[in-house]
Design a protein around this ligand. Structure first.
Ligand SMILES: Cc1cc2nc3c(=O)[nH]c(=O)nc-3n(C[C@H](O)[C@H](O)[C@H](O)COP(=O)(O)OP(=O)(O)OC[C@H]3O[C@@H](n4cnc5c(N)ncnc54)[C@H](O)[C@@H]3O)c2cc1C
Length: 299
């Protein structure tokens, strides 16, 4: 694969054996065989077009919802966030954002434009592309409630404009055409009559007091089960502070697992499984993880 890649006429950056721990908010993860940072959408299209169709592709956002195993990722990781940074107001209520735009930037800019409800994006540390994939949400707001259309690129490099009706969207789940990735979206908001900056500040303040921000984590590990909160179930099962290696169930927010320093992906994955099994034993509830677990186990 390496030789074929070196013959490609792309302008972006290609790295080999790139440690994924550099690109995930948990600061863990083994090497990706190939890490490609395209220079432009055209460059990305050339890369996808020329890539052997059997090569596995993994698309990376800001890595804030990812557990990459210690054996790393076979195939190619595409990190296209730096060049998909366009953010503009198309008309009074409509905003176009590239997949690489940080959700915090989208929130702050919409507040400046007097558009809401957009404040909820401020506390989500990922990109617009990640938010579209996860249907990220907070404080009662969800990404896809605001989507008017998305722009995608497919395996052969062809670009499409798609409507929300082409996707099945649920709680932290989005299903759409296979082998396509988001280049960006057009969002429709409403004129915001409330003092949105104050709402945004209050939301961020609340996070500071309830979440272990500043420590490597992936936010909430598990989805909330219908009518309950994963954090409540984990805390009631006596799991706060439980450790495996360098991974620990946060004392501040029981649905967060933090890397206390030197955790491996295996420590984190084992702790996730331990929490899941304990909650099942104690409460009879089978938690489903929200975090995406990818890559190979180290041998
Ligand atoms: C402190 C903290 C707080 C958090 N709070 C919240 C919260 O309140 N609400 C919430 O929903 N989440 C929260 N998260 C989780 C995370 O930020 C979101 O899931 C976010 O949407 C992930 O975006 P990302 O860019 O980091 O995606 P990544 O973690 O890089 O990727 C996530 C998935 O999206 C895919 N992907 C990324 N970009 C694209 C693209 N352009 N096209 C196709 N697929 C793509 C990846 O392949 C992967 O499967 C939190 C995380 C942290 C660390």
């Amino acid at each position: 694969m390496t030789a074929a890649l070196q013959d490609m006429s792309v302008q972006g950056e290609l790295r080999y054996d790139e440690p994924m721990s550099k690109h995930t908010s948990w600061r863990v993860g083994g090497p990706a065989d190939v890490y490609f940072r395209p220079a432009s959408v055209e460059d990305l299209a050339v890369f996808l077009h020329e890539l052997d169709e059997d090569t596995p592709i993994f698309w990376l956002g800001a890595g804030t919802n990812l557990l990459v195993r210690d054996g790393g990722i076979r195939g190619v990781v595409i990190a296209a966030t730096r060049m998909l940074r366009d953010l503009e107001q198309v008309d009074k209520l409509t905003v176009r954002a590239g997949a690489g735009v940080p959700c915090t930037q989208l929130a702050r800019q919409c507040v400046r434009w007097g558009l809401g409800p957009s404040e909820f994006f401020a506390g989500i540390p990922g990109t617009v592309g990640g938010a579209l994939t996860m249907n990220a949400g907070a404080h009662g707001g969800e990404t896809w409630e605001r989507v008017e259309s998305v722009r995608t690129i497919e395996l052969g490099g062809e670009v499409h404009q798609r409507a929300p009706a082409e996707y099945t969207v649920g709680y932290r789940s989005v299903k759409g055409p296979a082998n396509e990735w988001f280049l960006g979206a057009t969002f429709r908001f409403e004129p915001d009559a409330t003092p949105a900056q104050a709402t945004l500040d209050a939301m961020l303040e609340r996070r500071k007091t309830t979440q272990p921000l500043g420590l490597p984590s992936c936010g909430s590990v598990f989805r909330n089960p219908e009518g309950d909160h994963a954090a409540r179930l984990i805390e009631a099962a006596g799991l706060k502070g439980r450790r495996i290696g360098g991974a620990e169930v946060s004392e501040k927010h029981a649905n967060f697992i933090i890397n206390t320093g030197g955790a491996s992906a295996t420590d984190i994955e084992e702790l996730i499984e331990h929490v899941r099994e304990t909650v099942l034993d104690v409460h009879g509830v089978s938690l489903v993880h929200e975090v995406r677990i990818v890559g190979e186990v180290q041998r």
